[in-house]
Design a protein around this ligand. Sequence first.
Ligand code: SF4
Ligand code: SF4
Ligand code: SF4
Ligand code: FES
Length: 943
Amino acid sequence: MLSKTDHDYGTPARTSVKLVTLEVDGREVTVPEGTSVLRAAALADVAIPKLCATDSLEPFGSCRLCLVQVEGRNGYPASCTTPVESGMKVRTKSEMLERLRRGVMELYMSDHPPDRAACAGNGNCELHAMADAVGLGEMRYGFEGKNHLAAMRDASNPYFAFDPARCIVCSRCVRACEEVQGTFALTIDGRGFDSVVSPSQHQPFFESECVSCGACVQACPTDALVEKSMLDKGAAERSVTTTCGYCGVGCSFKAEVKGDEVVRMLPNKDGMPNHGHSCVKGRFAWGYATHADRMLAPMVRENIGDAWREVSWDEAVSYAAKRLKEIQSKYGPGSIGGITSSRCTNEETYLVQKMVRAAFGNNNVDTCARVCHSPTGYGLKTTLGTSAGTQDFDSVLQADVVLVIGCNPTDGHPVFASLMKRRLRQGAKLIVADPRTIDLVRTPHVEAVYHLPLLPGTNVALVNAFAHVVLSEGLANEGFVRERCEWPAYELWKKFILEERNSPDAAAKVTGVPAEKIRDAARLYATGGNAVIYYGLGVTEHSQGSTMVLGMANLAMATGNLGRAGVGVNPLRGQNNVQGSCDMGSFPHELTGYRHLSDVATLGSFEAAWGVKLDPEPGLRIPNMFDAALDGSFRGLYVQGEDIAQSDPNTHHVTAALGAMECVIVHDIFFNETAKFAHVFLPGSSFLEKDGTFTNSERRISRVRKVMPPLAGKADWEVTCELSTALGYPMHYAHPSEIMDEIARLTPTFAGVSYEKLDRLGSVQWPCNDKAPAGTPVMHVGQFVRGKGHFVVTEYVPTDEKVGPRFPLILTTGRILSQYNVGTQTRRTANVAWHHEDVLEIHPHDAEERGVRDGAWVKISSRAGETTLRAQVTERVPPGVVYTTFHHQSSGTNIVTTENSDWATNCPEYKVTAVQVMPAAEPGARRAAGQGADAHAHAVAGR
Ligand code: SF4
Ligand code: SF4
Ligand code: SF4
Ligand code: FES
């Protein structure tokens, strides 16, 4: 039987180094000081009945079921709230204890629906299990007395229901919402018999502050809070440990399965990124995997105006290979390329870049990380020596000051946000640098000490001003710099930073943030103890994205905030495998592990392993591919799991480039916008349908395990092997583990990685090799990867995207909790209940000036294009800035964004677009025409 509470030790583990030895029922057990008697007993293999205690929550002591006797003490203390003491002798079984426990259970059961079989867990309810454990047979009380059995059920949440009749008011849900999730949406209202669980102000769950993370459902020991999927489908038969396919937190889940059908995704208590927690996407929004829109048959067509023809896999693959080869013979070897996906596994991504380099015979391979975190790769590699975040997530629990720049963790990386909020509730100080008042600025029991609402596009001015304060006020840790960094580069940087143009007063004029506030925030960062930086696309998706990453690394080095737990510079990655797709050699100039093609030894090792001569010249980046398509030299593209027509900036430019190509091969699970320009469509497999690995934001490599067979018959890695083979470069692997073995052989930072090790340890963080066989949670300890840390001068250069009379507002973009990326997956789940369209946030002042009403349609125009959205008038954005998300294709947000990009990496400047906003009478033509590719997909599939 599967259980929500696998190996529940009753109360959380304690970390004290001081150990205490006691005796439980005659068994000696040694545990850290502060451990509860309940946990100590569980560790000694003595099960004490319990209901209100669970090991993910602090003990509460309300149910009185876990009573024990302690030698030399009077009474029957609750073992969950009694800490161990040295020499303690605990007795957990006696006639009296049994009588007391039976009495407690009898009271609970007399107010609980008697039909055990009606439990969604089919008898897997802890309440019933405890009734059995205490030997409760006959009950002395009937159901005639006052009870809650007729209480109203709340089924307002799309994914779970609350049945007060089954509630025992143990408060586990309330504590889970507070301690695990940090939302504080639940209370126990009333007293005694009238006590009842209440979301927000007696609201239904859906209308309350609840963010649908499901922590309360997981914590509930009865079926009072239960997943609707369990009620619909019944209990699971088996469970498979795998990794979430959504964001870069990379939560570990146990997929509970009945036949080939998922009935529940249960966050894995042993999962290192999430420790048993999850968000609404990973836990509940998995229904897209079997949505009717899934494309299940390969299709081909001669021209993009022709009707699609469903064909066999063999025909589709040989047709694709033939067309690519024809293009190469006509236009040359460099006329085709491929795009790898940050949603696919490491093994699949590795194979796509291998196919491009070895079978296409060029280096025209790029990845969607180009449009999100490529500046992270450049900036962190240049300064510290490796293109990845410096810490593990748990490191935040040792931070004293948390600086959040250009990311919105509660929406984008919710499980990590919960961990961060826990640390902030414990007293760590928070600085938020973001134009918007994101939730973290003020959320229950968390408030930023400083919110710096800088103008979009001015990050570099701000970070330089922080550094100016540090250096001019003598707050730098020059001992650290002398020992760990290149001193001459530091001196050059210091001289530059101390120039007046980098002072807080100068920055105030550019950023709009008062100089004194910048000074105070910088002082806090430099002097508040362990200071850590977390950042996101609000840093990278700028024309100075790379400069800002360099600037943050400079600041962290100058203050000595690198190389130990609780500090560091950490990118929060958007997609599940952005880190992995970059690690796997997806960029046109690098092989796996970020080694440049010009490194002769590395190139030679790949040539020897792959048995082919490789081109030593870097290939085209995605934007270069588009430009080359329009000038006629790039004619064929293979795209795996990426909807470039929707996700890349300046849609008109992208679609013109796609329309100019002679063969576009789209490999995806849904018919997307890019597929409208395709000649070959290869149906992809979701994360539930294949084996492999994902690497999350903390460099953690975790297994993805096949939960059900691929719906279209093949996992993506198998298709790549077949296409490569058809192109004349045979690839054969019996299982993705063999692909990982090859990656490990060719990549020093992955040398110690194998499926056997991942199965044994659960997950590992690279570098994982002979020096670090169990992986590396914190990087740059003792020495930077590049040897000495390198300071780089970071000149602030204003973006070319200027506001003016025609386009007076700045549009910036971001994400919302319930949706993910361009919405391909989440729009096909009940998550649309929370967010069914993108809206434009506009400040009341700007709205009033334009006659824009809340909820009315507005037209947003930029020099790239225009679209319509509904307005949301809110002070969340400052005057002069408007904000939207890009989850719905009907919004066409990227029609408006321009092709400005980061100077070093071409990462698009999504975060700054000069726009005008005016009232519109009705939605634009794009909305009126239907839902873009979704409608097209239905037509193609005859649905
Ligand atoms: S809903 Fe569940 S967890 Fe919450 S108080 Fe009731 S029984 Fe306990
Ligand atoms: S689902 Fe999450 S946010 Fe909502 S009440 Fe439960 S614990 Fe709180
Ligand atoms: S935080 Fe990210 S990885 Fe974790 S469950 Fe949510 S979407 Fe999945
Ligand atoms: S489990 Fe200890 S009082 Fe409830």
